[in-house]
Design a protein around this ligand. Structure first.
Ligand code: GLN
Length: 305
């Protein structure tokens, strides 16, 4: 027993030294109670072990640890994804990447509803979509759940990230996804068929980017954030052989730093993609670039190297 008088939920929140929303989220987490309950019962005492757990988490939050690592989850596209220190915390910018991916996928081809049948059925072969560097799996899982006519493959260099992603897929009842561990294209087994779309939110900071020391980023896996002296190295590895991995008419969509739009568009064009554009995020900053493999088939087909 600590001997201290029991503290109320409101008192814990007031003494946390945190923005109100952060303190609330931690209180919801330690109490297992929804926000409405905490508002209605704020003057009731919290039992000591729960109050102590709150104090410990509040101290970690004050030191900059992302809220998502403290509660163990983050919402993405309206779903709750489990996260841990092996994966990047999902960002709202990446929701823009998923929205752009959904917009650029060919329309679903469904047969008209047959008389007497309950539902229209997909008639085309599934569209093959690849998420390179899936982390917690947010992109692959959200796409797989958005359209039943997609066949998802997802890779990551980190085995622990893949464990996290697969657990998310299972918990969210996503359709089957093919998971592979390895660096970018090397993760895919030889002979993997081409894709209709490749999506990636790769690391795009330079190794010496001072932002890596920010309290906000310090706790996230460096390998998910930074990738070399320029910050463009991962993007270059993804883009250079892209023609060999896309079907004619297929799209590549990449998230990148807000100052990298021009460089990424250059790489996409040099690699042979057309319809290259950069899209802005909610703050109006360059954030996503995309390009398309021209629809005309070429012969011989580019081969993966
Ligand atoms: N694809 C994951 C995400 O968007 C992980 C990205 C990464 O680790 N760079 O959050």
């Amino acid at each position: 027993m600590s001997g201290q008088p029991a503290r109320s939920w409101d008192a814990l929140q007031a003494a946390a030294g945190l923005p109100r929303l952060d303190a609330r989220a931690l209180l919801e987490h330690v109490s297992g109670r929804p926000r409405e309950w905490l508002v209605a019962h704020g003057d009731e005492p919290a039992i000591a072990p729960v109050a102590e757990q709150f104090d410990a988490l509040a101290a970690r939050r004050r030191a900059g640890e992302p809220l998502a690592y403290l509660t163990g989850y983050r919402e993405f596209f309206g779903r709750r994804f489990t996260v841990n220190r092996h994966v990047l915390v999902p960002r709202p910018e990446t929701e823009g990447l998923v929205e752009a991916a959904l917009k650029h996928l060919p329309a679903r081809q469904i047969a008209a509803q047959a008389p007497g049948s309950r539902a229209a059925v997909d008639i085309a072969a599934p569209l093959r979509v690849l998420d390179l560097g899936t982390g917690s799996g947010i992109i692959a899982i959200t796409l797989a759940l958005a359209r039943s006519d997609l066949c998802l493959t997802a890779t990551d260099a980190s085995a622990q990230a893949l464990v996290c992603a697969q657990a998310n897929a299972e918990r969210l009842s996503a359709p089957p996804i093919d998971w592979y561990q390895g660096d970018w294209w090397a993760a895919l087994p030889p002979g993997t068929p081409r894709f209709d779309m490749v999506v990636s939110n790769p690391p795009y900071l330079a190794d010496d980017d001072p932002h890596l020391d920010d309290p906000a980023l310090r706790h996230e896996p460096t390998g998910a954030l930074a990738c070399g002296p320029q910050g463009l190295e991962a993007i270059e590895q993804i883009v250079a052989p892209i023609l060999a991995h896309l079907l004619p008419g297929g799209w590549l969509l990449l998230e990148h730093g807000f100052k990298q739009g021009l460089d990424v568009r250059d790489r996409l064009t040099q690699a042979g993609l057309s319809e290259v554009v950069t899209l802005a995020d909610l703050q109006g900053l360059d954030r996503i670039s995309l390009g398309r493999r021209p629809c005309i088939p070429v012969w011989p087909e580019p081969v993966p190297v």
